[in-house]
Design a protein around this ligand. Structure first.
Ligand SMILES: O=C(O)CCC(=O)C(=O)O
Ligand SMILES: [Fe+2]
Length: 295
């Protein structure tokens, strides 16, 4: 049976990158402190209890998916900024971008009786237009409850990030990302995986926080899930991670629809909306050099 490597929470970024390179996935056991997990469940449960069930084959019919986690859950915001995860993400995506951004925030509560989700590659959201040599995504699933083969632990095919398109896994090539609550599964956007079937009478809750290249469109529209009037109460670091910063020298500027709010500033960095200095790309590199670098 295929297996996913487990690392301890004092592991290094190099350990994580080595496992991701080999298998396309790795689990860090119990990275989340127990108090944060309790806070997380307290913040998510009111949404899980009241929001509607999924209505399609991919999303499931006994599964609830809760988005806008940066706006709804301070504990999830802390997870999104986790230093070890962000260091690993930055190193993993560095060959393909000048910076990365939050791409997708979703609590997935797989309920009793749910069938296994179809296996897929998350990079499919871009419709196959991004060449395989570009890694699109660094994905994380935080276990808010225990993940077991019986309750719907994510199924994942180690090594499939290197498979040719169209190759289907044999049953013995599929691993269950079984992990104790508080652990986190890290995986590449190119590895084959899917939610598992839940044969127990308890829900399985995972918090999916995915990151992508600063120049690719985000799957969850962060500016609608967490608009400026909500984002203004978040930290500048979190806002920048969500895309309230530029993703390149001119990528992502804005002009205010109400110019009186921005006197003297027509082409503005997103941070100016919050009265702050730009965190990124306030560069002194001469324009000619930037153009030469990217031509
Ligand atoms: O919930 C899970 O274990 C995985 C879900 C998933 O892969 C997805 O919805 O893209
Ligand atoms: Fe997925």
């Amino acid at each position: 049976m295929a297996e996913i490597t487990h690392l301890a929470r004092d592991c290094s970024v190099a350990d994580i990158l080595a496992a991701l390179d080999r298998d396309g996935a790795v689990i860090i056991d119990q990275l989340m402190p127990e108090a944060r997990r309790a806070q997380l469940l307290a913040e998510l449960d009111p949404f899980i209890d009241t929001r509607p069930m999924g209505r399609d084959e991919f999303g499931g019919f006994q599964t609830k998916r809760i988005g806008a986690l940066m706006a709804r859950s301070p504990a999830c915001s802390e997870l999104a900024l986790d230093p070890l995860v962000n260091a690993a993400c930055a190193a993993f995506l560095a060959p393909f971008c000048d910076g990365y951004q939050l791409h997708f925030t979703q609590a997935v509560s797989i309920g009793p009786g749910e069938k296994a989700q179809m296996l897929h590659r998350d990079r499919g959201v871009w419709g196959g237009y991004v060449p395989r040599r570009i890694e699109t995504q660094f994905s994380t699933i935080w276990a808010a409850t225990d993940f077991t083969a019986a309750n719907g632990a994510t199924r994942l095919v180690p090594g499939s990030h290197r498979w040719e398109a169209g190759r289907e896994p044999e049953p013995h090539e599929i691993a269950a990302a079984a992990m104790p609550a508080g652990s986190v599964l890290l995986y590449s956007g190119t590895v084959i995986h899917g939610g598992g079937a839940n044969a127990t009478d308890q829900k399985r809750v995972g918090v999916l926080l995915h990151y992508t290249l600063g120049w690719l469109r985000q799957e969850e529209n962060q500016y609608l899930s967490c608009p400026p009037e909500v984002a203004k109460s978040l930290s500048p670091e979190l806002r920048a991670l969500m895309g309230y910063t530029k993703g390149g020298f001119t990528l992502g500027f804005f002009s205010s629809p109400t110019p009186a709010d921005m006197p003297g500033l027509e082409l503005a960095d997103p941070e100016r909306l919050f009265g702050e200095r730009p965190l990124k790309f306030e560069t002194t590199i001469p324009a000619a050099e930037l153009v030469a670098r990217t031509s």
